[in-house]
Design a protein around this ligand. Structure first.
Ligand code: ATP
Ligand code: MG
Length: 324
């Protein structure tokens, strides 16, 4: 087991609630997740499993009716949940940055790419506009954009999806963050561009010893980039393992179904659906959130949440099939 101090981020027993007028519904349930310095971790799960909610919690960007109920989010030794908004603002975009799923919505349509990539420098650093624009050019070159001069002057809609996505990484890396959260960063790209983008992301991650949390539905993406995988379902961590281990020896029936729905290890492609659907939050009821879709459900699966336990070195699973 890694020493706690190796972890750049450590989420402990995080509970997030959805607060409705008449009742409170558990949205994230006792999440434990750690990322080591320089490590690439993938967070996978079907649509609605809570992936975005978890990444927004890390940046303290959740809005009502969602509320962080309890837990700790320790980043470089400090619990982010205890910090004041003004201190979080210093961390957000600077020490922890995020790439969003659809770059068109995350980029401002009326500002040039050059200005948007230069903006973090203008906001966080006391440097001239000229220097900020020079930095922006340097960053755009770094993300393998060749015609930098043209891209600098372009507005988001004048660029292809792949170019916009590169501009997004440039912005995210502007201030040398320690941790990069990337929420489905490749969904807007076609398969060839996805591969190029992942190569680029991996190279930059290595170059800057970034810690990376990449959120995806796609096991092809996982195979290409992740060292460790965390499987989320119904707002809880179902399984966590090194990438080889997860592909070769999945333990949770949910992970098994996810993996058996792709043709072959490492093959690209979206997950086919598993029997039944991800229910809305209020329909999970008590017990294991997967019980109604699981072929192996036991009596206790309806009674309480299965605890996440380490079954082999570095391989954790939450499932009553493996005892309590
Ligand atoms: N503001 C909100 N109010 C009510 N329910 C919400 C809110 N935000 C998210 N949810 C619900 O919480 C659950 C988890 O949502 P989340 O967006 O985290 O899923 P996800 O894993 O990121 O899915 P996707 O792969 O589609 O992006 C879903 O059931 C979603 O409908
Ligand atoms: Mg999402």
């Amino acid at each position: 087991m890694a020493n706690t101090f190796d972890n750049i981020l450590e989420i402990k027993e995080l509970n997030v609630n959805l607060e409705k007028k008449d009742r409170t519904i558990g949205a994230l349930k006792g999440i434990n997740l750690a990322i080591k310095k320089g490590e690439r971790v993938a967070l996978v799960g079907e649509s609605g499993s809570g992936k975005t909610m978890l990444s927004l919690s890390i940046l303290k960007l959740l809005e009502p009716p969602l509320k962080i109920e309890s837990g700790e989010i320790v980043f470089k030794g400090r619990d982010l949940l205890k910090l004041k908004e003004k201190d979080i603002e210093k961390i957000r975009g600077k020490e922890i940055s995020m790439i969003f799923q659809e770059p068109l919505t995350a980029l401002n349509p009326v500002l040039t790419i050059g200005f948007q990539v230069a903006e973090p420098f203008l906001i966080h650093q006391n440097i001239s506009k000229k220097e900020a624009f020079e930095n922006a050019e340097r960053l755009l070159k770094m993300v393998s954009i060749r015609d930098v001069k043209r891209v600098m002057k372009s507005y988001p809609h004048q660029l292809s999806g792949g170019m916009r996505q590169r501009a997004m990484i440039a912005m995210a890396l502007a201030l040398n963050p320690d941790l990069l959260l990337a929420d489905e960063p490749t969904t807007a790209l076609d398969v060839t561009l996805q591969s190029q983008f992942l190569d680029l992301l991996k190279n930059l991650q290595k170059k800057f010893s970034l810690s990376l949390l990449i959120i995806t539905h796609d096991f092809g993406v996982v195979a290409e980039i992740a060292e460790r995988v965390v499987v989320l379902y119904g707002g809880m961590v179902f399984e966590e393992a090194g990438v080889e281990n997860l592909f070769d020896n999945p333990l949770q029936p949910y992970t098994k179904s996810l993996l058996s729905s792709i043709p072959k290890r490492g093959t690209r492609g979206r997950l086919k659906t598993i029997r039944g659907q991800v229910p809305p939050l209020e329909k999970f009821g008590s017990g294991c959130p997967f019980k109604d879709r699981c072929d192996f459900a036991l009596d206790e699966c309806s009674k309480s949440l299965p605890p996440l336990k380490e079954r082999e070195s570095g391989h954790k699973v939450a499932c009553f099939l493996y005892g309590v």
